[in-house]
Design a protein around this ligand. Sequence first.
Ligand code: FMN
Length: 331
Amino acid sequence: MGWRGILGFDFGIVQAPLGPDISGPELVAAVANSGCLGFLRAPDWEAPDHLRELIRKTRTLTDKPFGVGVVLAFPHAENIKAILDEKVAVLQVYWGECSQDLVLQAHRAGVKIVPQVGSFDEAKKVVDVGVDGIIVQGVEAGGHIIGREGLITLLPRVVDLVRDRNIPVIAGGGIVDERGYVAALALGAQGIVLGTRFVATDESYAHPTYKKKLVDLERTAYTDVFGRARWPGAPHRVLETPFFQEWRNLPSDENESNQPVIGYSTIHGVEKEVRRFAGTVPNATTTGDIESMAMYASAGVGLINEIIPASEVIKRLVEGAQSLINKQFAA
Ligand SMILES: Cc1cc2nc3c(=O)[nH]c(=O)nc-3n(C[C@H](O)[C@H](O)[C@H](O)COP(=O)(O)O)c2cc1C
């Protein structure tokens, strides 16, 4: 049955790590307290002490297990050491090599390791180094997108790849409600990962204007307009805000490095300038021209109609999937 758990959690629902700090302790604890796997997001720079604080703060809000996500494209050795020292339940990695050594380090610390991949070839590589689960990201996903393939074609191939290996496959990209959940199960996934749906919750650390736009707007675009200097060659899916529509054809030699400062954000305890075309979404501390900042969003954003608690997102997914399967697919 589709609402069974994965990796020791009650339910097969995962809240993606949401950079740079949108999935903070409040969101992750709310997800953990609902029986699901939530991921904090490690800073994009070495900040092991701050990361330990985030993990410990989360532990004051829940006694359930949770995980941390690390983007391997940025400095991370000290952060990973802190995560393993703290023995969180699961380490999620993305955008970089999930090496055998990293898997061994995690396992020695008693931490499960689950990479997010965007292609069949990448899936093959991580299966061979002994990961504990695979997150398959379709091109429908909000945020950065590592592959080019749609979930409906990529997912069953990865499911077939691991058929005899007892590695759970978790599907992400465009899943917002119980229909997406059941569709992913039909394609062979054991779990689902949602990013954008969890940005639009009470507990996420996103700026209220960003949350409101996720409810109000319906269209997204696959683009490379934002964050070209800091994270080159990293396409992403964003909301088609009026700002994005005006600048969607930004010449390829332009990037955020020589643009005006349009606001300020405190990110993981550090105050940062936000330049026009920066790849950082507005968080709860951001001031300035919020409407002109990047707003990552799922191709499924048109299905998000209200900001609700994370526990309610999970309740609707679990009960909705149960009822959908019983009513429409049971014999
Ligand atoms: C605001 C935002 C930030 C994200 N940050 C990260 C991140 O730091 N690391 C990561 O692995 N994935 C990140 N993702 C992508 C998610 O892991 C996931 O693939 C995606 O959200 C799933 O698609 P969905 O948005 O349609 O649910 C982010 C997504 C969003 C919307």
